[in-house]
Each structure stands twice: as C-alpha cells, then as structure tokens.
Ligand binder design. Structure first.
Ligand code: SAH
Ligand code: SF4
Length: 456
C-alpha cells in the first residue's frame, strides 16, 4: 500500500551511515554457508571498514578479495572450488590484489589447499582473525578494543557501520560427533565466550542501532557447559534480555538433547525472546537417528516441540532434515515424512545426504541413489508447501509486528517475531522500525501486508 501522505519518521541509525574513514581501497567478500560464516564475514568487513576500506560488489574493483567457504555438503564445496577457479583470471590481471580464503574449507593442513589453489595468498582459520594482518598491514593498528568488534552484519549503504539485526556467536565448535558431519573436524571443540563479553557486545550493537540479536552456535544450547562458572543458555538469555533497547532475541542452532525446560521457560518468560524455535531433527526414524549418532529419539524431539508449544502458543518451528542417509529404507523415510506431517513445521531446511571425507558415515556405502534422494527431497518439499500454504492462509487479516530490515523492488521487507518474511509497500522510510502490519495476502513462503498504526 502507498500512503497518500508520507509521515515523517525519525531516521533509524541503520539508515544514517556513521562516518568511517575512507582510504580509497575497496574490499569484496563472498560468503557461503551457515550464519556463523555470515557473522565471521561481517566481522572481517567491520575490521576492514574501521581501517578505511569500503565494500564493493565488483570483484575487479577490489583491493582485497575474501572468500568465506563451507564444506558441510558437497554442493557447497563445489561452489567454493568454482568461485576460487573463477578468480584465477582476476589474479592474473591484478596479481597485487590479495586473495584470501577462510571458513570451513581451511584446515590446519594447508599444503593440499595450497597445491590445489596456488593463486590464493592467505588461508586463514576463522578463529584467528589476526592472520589477516599478513595481507592488510593496516589492521595491525586496530587497537585491542576495536579487534573485539561486534559481528554486526548487512550494513546498509556505503560506509554504514550499523544494521538492524545482528548475529552474535556465543559458542564455537561442537562436541557431538554426528556420523555425517564435518563441522567438529573443522570447528573444533565447544568453546563458550564469557557471558560478560557477549552482553557487552550486545550493548555495543544496540548502541549502534541494532534492535534484534541472534545468538549463534552449532549447538547453541550447549552454551556454558565448558565454562568454569555455572551458567547456561537460560542465564545468558536473561542477561541479554536485560540489555536496554534490545527488542528481539533469537538463538540457533539448538540440539534436541540440550533443549531443557529451563531454556524453553526462559524463552517463554522473557519479553525480547522471540516465539521461534529452531530444532533440527534430521530424521524421523529412530534407527536412522541411531546411525546418525544423534543421541536422541524422534519421541524426545516431538516432546520438546510439544512442551515449547504449550509454553508459547503460536510459536513457529523450524527444523533440518537429511534425506537419503546411508541405509535409509523407504519405510524409514516414511517415518520422517509422517513425523513432519504430524508436527507441522513452519520451515524445513532439507538436505540430500552427501558423504564428507573423514566422517564416520563416509566409510559406509552411500547406497541411496541420487534419483531416490531427489524423489524424497521433492516429497518433503511438497509436504512443506502444502502445510505452509494451509497454515499461512489462516493468518489472513491478522496483524503482526515486523522489524523492517531492508528494501527491494519497491517494497520493505521484515520478519515477524516468528521469523516469517513480510513484504510491505510504503513510501515512508521504515528501515529499522517495528511496524504492525495487517496481512493482506498469504503464500507458503511469505506474507504481504499493509501497515497499521504508527511505526516505532
Ligand atoms: N548443528 C546443527 C547442524 C549443523 S550442519 C545440528 O546439529 O543440527 C547444518 C545442516 O547441514 C545440518 O542440519 C544438516 O541437515 C546438513 N548436513 C550436515 N552434514 C551433512 C551431510 N553430510 N550431508 C547432507 N547434509 C548435511
Ligand atoms: Fe554437526 Fe551434529 Fe555438531 Fe550439529 S551437532 S554441528 S550436526 S556434529
């Protein structure tokens, strides 16, 4: 909807770029993979911006090119290799431009990588940002405090130093050893950040205009298990919720085994904690779960969702599924289908199994043919589309609160507290505002709506 008379709004800090130095140099960052990678890329971007670099979307213009890689599935790894190979030409034309590779493709043994991609100048472990100084000496001048820069992301506009929503890593690595997963081999053991550091980072983000924070970890609800102080995610949620000015708080990804009543109760009780639960199940068959080494049953997962729904009526649920795991029979796949049918998730991240060298399951025969994996993938996609179409259609006419995060094709976009995407046409500058929106059109994947009341 286009309002006839746009009303003046106070500009959100995200809309008014802070003044950052400009040394005339440009950086290009390409990121693939999970939110942790996005957070790491944002940190690299923030560091470069602090010393005067500006972002460019054009590789050829860049004075440094950073690729942040993912190897969780073969398809992602292939894309990284494709991107690296595509940059050979650029490196030939501009040999002085450092090409940097980070993310989960980088292991401690870099000889093989060096052999395969000799045109890369620096391979750096995402836990060691200081290594960047080897190709960007200016970073040596960043004082310690600035090196603790928040992982703010998606800066809006050239030179902007702020955004509306930010990711904050709270625990690195993973102590589980799911038989298919490469993550523990690349990201190491669980290491939680001290609570005071996290709260301080959130305070700084809020001071820069951030209104929504997502706490990140591969197993985010294992937070604190490795710390000497007796603390956990529930305590941390309470501490972060208390940061004045923070409107919304999320966390991902949780492991079903650690999804305690205490954490769910904290979610239900804290005003900023959003009504959205991200709880990967991976498979609905207990024998498959056992071979995946997931350490829980479908019943436990379902019971955790039930409890969450009892404590937070209206909560939305997201999960992850792998189809075609070694040995997955038709009947076992059907169990996954039926579980999803019963539970009705709002978002299912579907993946077709791909063996990851070095993991346990890579030693087993990858015996579900690709066509069969595709078929199972399509069946679950169709189920999801049908369920989301029906569920979302019931929301027609409902008023929901969105946090406006961006604008594309003449429409503002934001997410509900349940993490559902909403598009709104409006002439005012709504960036960074909380807006109540009446849903005027529904689809399985997003809503369209019109603002009601005053943006906040
Ligand atoms: N820590 C999270 C997931 C991290 S990996 C959890 O415990 O669920 C992100 C997603 O990638 C997983 O949820 C899984 O669905 C998918 N994935 C991981 N390894 C995979 C593999 N070998 N093949 C296919 N999908 C995989
Ligand atoms: Fe991988 Fe399992 Fe750890 Fe998730 S919990 S990161 S799937 S090993």
């Amino acid at each position: 909807m286009v309002l006839a008379q746009p009303q003046p709004l106070t500009l959100h800090p995200a809309a008014s770029p802070a003044r950052l130095p400009d040394n005339g140099k440009r950086f290009f960052i390409w990121t693939i993979g999970c939110q942790m990678n996005e957070a790491d890329s944002a940190k690299v971007a923030a560091m470069l911006q602090e010393v005067g670099y500006r972002r460019t979307e054009v590789e050829q213009e860049a004075d440094i090119v950073v690729l942040n890689s993912c190897v969780v599935r073969q398809a992602a790894e292939d894309k990284v290799a494709g991107k690296l190979n595509a940059l050979i030409k650029l490196k030939r034309e501009k040999p002085e431009t450092p090409l940097v590779l980070t993310g989960c493709m980088v292991t401690n043994q870099q000889d093989k990588l060096r052999e395969r991609f000799p045109h890369v100048d620096l391979f750096f472990d995402p836990s060691d940002f200081d290594q960047l100084q080897r190709v960007v000496p200016e970073l040596a001048d960043l004082d310690d405090d600035l090196l603790q820069l928040p992982h703010y992301y998606a800066p809006v506009g050239e030179g902007a130093s702020s955004a509306v929503a930010a990711f904050v890593p709270i625990i690195y690595g993973c102590n589980f050893l799911c038989s298919y997963c490469i993550v523990p081999y690349r990201r190491g053991k669980e290491t939680s950040r001290p609570q005071v550091d996290i709260v301080r980072e959130v305070e700084r983000l809020v001071a820069r205009g951030v209104r929504e924070v997502t706490l990140l970890g591969q197993t985010v609800n294992a937070y604190g298990h490795d710390l000497s102080e007796k603390t956990g995610l529930a305590d941390l949620l309470r501490a972060v919720d208390a940061v004045p000015g923070l409107e919304r708080l999320r966390f991902l990804t949780s492991h079903p085994k650690y999804m305690s009543d205490e954490i769910i109760d904290a979610m239900a009780d804290l005003p900023s904690a959003c009504e959205h639960m991200n709880l990967p199940v991976q498979a609905g068959d207990n024998e498959v779960l056992r071979r995946m080494r997931r350490t829980y049953t479908r019943e436990l997962w379902q019971e955790r969702i039930d409890y969450t729904r009892r404590r937070m009526p209206g909560v939305t649920v997201a999960t992850d599924i792998i189809v075609g795991f070694p040995g997955e029979t038709d009947a076992q796949f059907q169990q996954t289908h039926d579980l999803l049918e019963d539970v009705g998730c709002d978002k299912v991240h579907l993946a077709m199994y791909s063996p990851r060298p070095g993991t346990l399951s890579a030693r087993w025969e990858d015996d579900v043919p690709h066509e069969e994996k595709l078929r199972r993938h399509h069946i679950l996609e169709a189920l999801q589309e049908r369920q989301c179409t029906e569920r979302n259609a019931k929301r027609f006419g409902e008023t929901v609160e969105i946090l406006v995060e961006g604008r594309a094709k003449g429409r503002w976009s934001g997410r509900t507290r349940g993490n559902q995407l909403v598009h709104v046409a409006d002439d005012r500058d709504l960036l960074g505002h909380l807006v109540d929106v009446r849903i005027t059109r529904t689809s399985p994947w997003y809503f369209i709506g019109e603002p009601v009341g005053s943006p906040r």
